[in-house]
Design a protein around this ligand. Sequence first.
Ligand SMILES: NC(=O)c1ccc[n+]([C@@H]2O[C@H](COP(=O)([O-])OP(=O)(O)OC[C@H]3O[C@@H](n4cnc5c(N)ncnc54)[C@H](OP(=O)(O)O)[C@@H]3O)[C@@H](O)[C@H]2O)c1
Length: 212
Amino acid sequence: MKVGILGSGEVAQVLGAGFLKHGHAVMLGSRTPAKLADWTKKNPEATTGTFADAAQFGELLVLAVKGTAADEALQLAGKQKIAGKVVIDATNPIAPAPPVNGVLKYFTTLDDSLMERLQRSHPDARFVKAFNSVGSACMVDPKLKGGKPTMFICGNDDAARATVTGILDQFGWETSDLGRAEAARAIEPLCMLWCIPGFLRNDWVHAYKVLS
Ligand SMILES: NC(=O)c1ccc[n+]([C@@H]2O[C@H](COP(=O)([O-])OP(=O)(O)OC[C@H]3O[C@@H](n4cnc5c(N)ncnc54)[C@H](OP(=O)(O)O)[C@@H]3O)[C@@H](O)[C@H]2O)c1
């Protein structure tokens, strides 16, 4: 698949390399594509461009930008370029404020989520929340003592969630499909929980697993 990744940070770079490793074609997008020169040297099969270039390139898109800038990045990508496409939403609504005793602050409430806001402002895109509740080090082919971890996903389009489940299979995850977009109200705060051991004990290598 041709994958357009909106973002230039840690998540964009790790997922970009992961999609390449698993046989996809990748373009990373940034307001300043030149900042990705080092990443492109390590990943010469990939290309880089603006958010609009990456959105145009991708049959499937990944949104991997700062939560406060998610809407702006999608505007720069262009409504028509993302219309109809699956958009894997890895963002979290982290407020620009320091954590309190290791607990991040969010700019959303428990009755709304960032992904629902994005879905409302871009009704033709097919958002699927995924990859937001684990650190970048474990996103691709995680090797954890407890076995294969669980990725929680949601989104309004059944086929889009099935596509993302297929990608998660490739990336070494089991998927817990939590249905429609409102489930992002529960999935996004998992990042807060995931980060607490990191802020308190510098423990950043772990992931969720559902047991039954
Ligand atoms: N880091 C992790 O391990 C991790 C794990 C799970 C989920 N997440 C989530 O994934 C997302 C990306 O995280 P990250 O750590 O890779 O990077 P980040 O530092 O949160 O975000 C960097 C990206 O945000 C974009 N950006 C910042 N301000 C912008 C603006 N005003 N307009 C448009 N774009 C703007 C930057 O664009 P330019 O390229 O143009 O500078 C860059 O691509 C975040 O929402 C984060 O919460 C992170």
